[in-house]
Design a protein around this ligand. Sequence first.
Ligand code: HEM
Ligand SMILES: *[C@@H]1O[C@H](CO)[C@@H](O)[C@H](O)[C@H]1NC(C)=O
Ligand SMILES: *[C@@H]1O[C@H](CO)[C@@H](O)[C@H](O)[C@H]1NC(C)=O
Ligand SMILES: *[C@@H]1O[C@H](CO)[C@@H](O)[C@H](O)[C@H]1NC(C)=O
Ligand SMILES: *[C@@H]1O[C@H](CO)[C@@H](O)[C@H](O)[C@H]1NC(C)=O
Ligand SMILES: *[C@@H]1O[C@H](CO)[C@@H](O)[C@H](O)[C@H]1NC(C)=O
Length: 339
Amino acid sequence: MARKMSSTLQVLVVSCCSLLLLCAPAASAGDYPPTAKGLSYGFYQRSCPKAETIVRSFLKKAIRNDVGLAPGLIRLHFHDCFGCDASVLLARTATEASELDAPPNETIRPSALMAVAQLRALLDDACSGAVVSCADILTLAARDSVRLVGGPEYRVPLGRRDGATIAARERVVAAFPPPSSNVTALLAAVAKIGLDAADLVALSGAHTLGVSRCISFDDRLFPQVDATMDARFAAHLRLSCPAKNTTNTTAIDVRTPNAFDNKYYVDLLSRQGLLTSDQVLFSDGRTRGLVGRFAVDQPEFFRRFAFSMVKMSQIQVMTGVQGEIRTNCSVRNAAGGGT
Ligand code: HEM
Ligand SMILES: *[C@@H]1O[C@H](CO)[C@@H](O)[C@H](O)[C@H]1NC(C)=O
Ligand SMILES: *[C@@H]1O[C@H](CO)[C@@H](O)[C@H](O)[C@H]1NC(C)=O
Ligand SMILES: *[C@@H]1O[C@H](CO)[C@@H](O)[C@H](O)[C@H]1NC(C)=O
Ligand SMILES: *[C@@H]1O[C@H](CO)[C@@H](O)[C@H](O)[C@H]1NC(C)=O
Ligand SMILES: *[C@@H]1O[C@H](CO)[C@@H](O)[C@H](O)[C@H]1NC(C)=O
């Protein structure tokens, strides 16, 4: 009797699920965080229907020529997303400092800024003027960069507006965690923008790509090697960074520096994380579990990464009639104008 009931129940559950599956959107609910008010997945469907295709095909070619463009664009989006309003792109004017002048600026690749300007021009040609915001261009460019070097495919809601003031954001940028941060400091920094420990571990996985300058980690080599660092890895790093303050760069993910995969977490397990802020994710009990899981389960890492990227891309966005759509991503439309 009990067995019969449970099998009836099973049939019921199975048929309900397949019904749900039929009705579900392309991505299953749960894989995506809630959509911020004013953003939507079909935002440019009428005003610029080819927007996503244009960004994808441009980057496909551009990244084939320069694989470093992918980490460049992903990092640019992250640095913008203490507010996701493209203010990271604003060039310095005579009267005010901009985000490009804040300390993390030195590592923004010029090629990434150029790609944004080229995308601005391509999208304007296709859609009779500045319809797609610079903040959305950054969001799409980061999304496509991830995919084009082997990472997960995911959808992003669009409709961000570009910020027309930068004063408030400078305070946030000043709170950017240094690479020498411990987990307490990292958690505190990301909590300010609504991200949690799982987001921190997943998003740090972007360090599967790109490079770092020696000065961001050479406190781990000199005067003596950090006790948590694998000795062979330290010897390898000394080839790129033979002394303190050397102006050289080295791959962040020693295993597969140009592929978006879960090897970054394998690095951490092997005590071959480059930055202190990377390696501590494995030494601290609050984040170690997730590092271990991502190291053995790439699909799980990809799911969590996509989730956290979509979440990050919606932090304090401006929508509707707020801000502006910049015609030149590096300058505000009218100095002093907008909100
Ligand atoms: C939250 C703590 C984080 C810290 C402390 C941090 C720190 C750094 C540092 C110091 C570098 C090397 C810069 C240099 O000296 O050249 C770097 C590079 C990079 N970061 Fe992060 N990062 C963090 C989170 C993130 C997140 C959330 C993303 C993206 C989702 C990201 C994406 C990247 C990428 C792609 C690079 C390589 C850039 C390139 O090769 O051009 N980082 N990060
Ligand atoms: C980065 O900021 C420093 C000051 O913090 C400035 O001297 C430098 O010119 C800036 N670099 C770029 C590329 O804007
Ligand atoms: C973590 O870093 C903060 C700020 O740098 C420091 O005050 C704190 O003592 C550190 N915590 C631990 C447990 O090392
Ligand atoms: C920079 O790093 C490369 C390897 O990544 C190395 O061959 C080169 O000698 C280094 N240059 C300096 C000045 O340390
Ligand atoms: C490296 O640079 C820092 C600050 O720029 C300076 O305080 C330090 O003395 C330098 N160290 C060496 C070994 O040159
Ligand atoms: C956009 O503004 C920057 C900074 O003022 C300038 O260098 C660039 O030429 C401008 N681009 C276009 C297409 O006007």
